[in-house]
Every structure is written in C-alpha cells, then in structure tokens.
Design a protein around this ligand. Sequence first.
Ligand code: FAD
Ligand code: FES
Length: 290
Amino acid sequence: MGSIADFQPGGAATLTRPDPMLPRPFRVHRVHQDTRDTYTLELEPTDGAPLAWLPGQFTMLHAFGVGEAPISISGDPSRPDRIEHTIRNVGSVTAALVTAGPGTVLGVRGPFGTGWDVGTGRGGDVVVVAGGIGLAPLRPAILELIAHRADYDRVVLLYGARTPEDILFTDDLRAWAERDGIIVEVTVDNGQHAWRGRVGFVTQLVTRAGFDAVRALGLICGPEVMMRYAAQALSDRGVRPERLRLSMERNMKCGVGLCGHCQLRELFLCVDGPVLGYDQLAPLMSRAEL
Ligand SMILES: Cc1cc2nc3c(=O)[nH]c(=O)nc-3n(C[C@H](O)[C@H](O)[C@H](O)COP(=O)(O)OP(=O)(O)OC[C@H]3O[C@@H](n4cnc5c(N)ncnc54)[C@H](O)[C@@H]3O)c2cc1C
Ligand code: FES
C-alpha cells in the first residue's frame, strides 16, 4: 500500500501515513441479501490489519474498473477486523458492489467523516429515527448502545420503510426489541393486506413515542425531507437542537475535503459531517445541493 511522507520545514521526513486517496484492498467475505435491491457486504482486509472506525463514519468503496461511491459502515464497531456495508443498488457503482461475490477484492478508502458520538447520550434517553436505507448508518450506533445498554435509559428506535418488503435487518429488529431492551416501532408508507403493522410516515411516530425530551439525544438518518420533518418534530417535543444529530449524505467524490463536491455553504460535509448537529444544520437544510 502506498504512503505519503510528512516533511518538517527542514526537509527531513518525520513520519508516514496512508495516502487517503489510495484504496486499500479488502476481500468480500460474505454477501447477505437484505431486500430485493439491498445487500450487506462483509469485507476483510487482505493484509489482515484491522480498520478502526466510528459509528456514523463512511468509506469510499471502490469497484475496480467501475468507480467508487461513499457508503456508510453498517456493522459492529467492536469488529474492526470485518467491516460491513449495506448497499442499495441504484446505479453503476452500487450495482458492481452488490454483485461482487465472495472472494472479490474491492478498494476501501477511509474511514471518513464524523460519527454519531453516541456516548454523549449517557444517562438519558436516546431516540433513533431512521428512514429506508438510513437504518444502515445507524445500525453501528444501535449496536454501541446495546453494548453499553446499562448506561442509557430508554432507547427508542423509530423506523420507516416504503413497503414491508423494504424493511432492513428484520432479524436485528426482532432481537433488539425482544432481547436487548430497545423500544422498536416500525411503520411503512404502503402496507398490503398481509401487513399487520403501522402504516404512515415515520415522523408521525415521533409525536407518540415515549421518551424524556429534556435529557434525550436524537439521531436521525434518511431522505433529507424526512430528516427535516423528524428533526422539527423532535425539536417541537423539546429535544435541544444541539442534542439532535443528522447524517447529511450528499454528493461526495474525494471524501477528504479537497474537491468541493460536498460543500454546503461553509461546510465540507465529508469532513465536517456527514453527522452534524441540528443547531448547525437547521438554517442550511433548505438549500439546494451545490
Ligand atoms: C456519506 C454517505 C453515505 C452513504 N451511505 C450509503 C449507504 O450506507 N448505503 C447506500 O446504499 N448508499 C449510501 N450512500 C449513497 C450512495 O453513495 C449512492 O447511492 C451511490 O454513490 C450511487 O452511485 P451509483 O454509481 O451506483 O449510482 P449513480 O448512477 O451515481 O446514481 C443513481 C441514483 O442515485 C442517486 N444518488 C447518487 N448519490 C446519492 C446520494 N449521495 N444520496 C442519494 N441519492 C444519490 C442519483 O441522483 C441517481 O438518481 C451514501 C452517500 C453518502 C454521501
Ligand atoms: S467530497 Fe471532496 S470536498 Fe467533500
């Protein structure tokens, strides 16, 4: 793997660090189909060196010969030896990633960006609001909460999917509710006859959910319009804007603050985000993507 040297003014090389633009080879260990268009890939570093990362961070996943895409890490933060990404097939790069079978070597740059900083919710309630594929970047935060469950009061997960067939991590959702002490509420936009659960937008769950807003930490990920309404609804319930965190997953190319693709006024979302406080984001969220 390549490296770049850091030089002191005198010119002597003092240390080397990995070049953030060079993908590191990872081998696909396992692929799990979550829904008709979404797959979770488990990747292992070919050199065996673990990749430390924080819940909420993303990598640039490289399908050689096709291109690369920013994808959040969706696995267990206590397993740096095996990283998971949950990917919806929407275009050329994601199609190449989800069809990469076991043994395929993919490139990984990163991890990049800010994390959920779950630990700041200790001693209070945590409300997690996810829409669609937005549950994937939140899964590591939920696994961290479960690993330290006694440090938190109520943990509430409010999850909305388009249809019952689009619900991600169904086994996890069941285990989190039945085994791990998480209050899990799921709703779908469109339910067919066989669906016995709730129908409606996830934002409607926010108004009914039981939590102590004054001491709550809110974590939100999903389509931007859903995040805007969810943040407003949590804020209306009394959660302080600086205790509300959203993941802004806009267009990204370099991932390291160089190209400007992700710029939102003074913010470079790849380094200042993707996870940012609602106190910072509220005035910016209505701006069109640059
Ligand atoms: C920080 C970050 C984290 C992300 N995490 C995940 C993840 O965990 N799982 C996942 O499936 N996807 C994630 N995405 C979105 C993913 O990067 C895009 O879907 C991917 O780049 C599309 O590339 P493509 O070549 O397959 O499709 P393209 O041909 O480039 O695009 C296909 C369609 O997807 C839309 N699209 C492209 N980029 C985005 C985006 N950033 N957000 C929403 N729509 C987009 C395009 O407008 C187009 O309609 C993340 C994006 C960011 C910025
Ligand atoms: S993606 Fe290049 S500056 Fe953020």
